[in-house]
Design a protein around this ligand. Structure first.
Ligand SMILES: [Zn+2]
Length: 115
């Protein structure tokens, strides 16, 4: 997992640390899955990504359409096919963006509870 290619600074204590798998944790609550980073110095937790079942299925669909776009590109598919894929990709992305604020808020709440 290489979400971060540079060390990050902890907002709580200012310690700088390298992000690897051991710094990333996840909490499951009901339908929600919260992924977070934890600071090795002070243990503060920072939200990375929150998903519910719908968001997870959107993530999968987005990956699938991304793969199709890549193939379409390599094989020089028609402009029409390509545009169709792009439209679907943008639709999924928009849907994810609209869901994000509520999911983030729910995720922050869950993180607060475990602190
Ligand atoms: Zn810290």
């Amino acid at each position: 997992m290489s979400l971060f290619d540079k060390p990050v600074d902890c907002d709580e204590c200012g310690a700088q640390f390298i992000v690897d798998d051991s710094r990333i944790g996840s909490i499951k609550k009901d339908d929600l899955e919260v992924q977070y980073l934890s600071c090795p110095s002070c243990g503060a937790k920072f939200l990375i990504f929150v998903s519910d079942a719908k968001m997870r299925s959107l993530v999968e669909r987005r990956k699938a359409i991304q793969a199709k776009i890549k193939v379409a590109h390599a094989k020089r598919f028609t402009e029409r096919t390509f545009k169709k894929y792009m439209r679907e990709y943008n639709r999924i992305k928009k849907e994810q963006e609209e869901m994000m604020p509520a999911l983030r808020a729910a995720g922050e709440k869950i993180l607060q509870e475990v602190k």
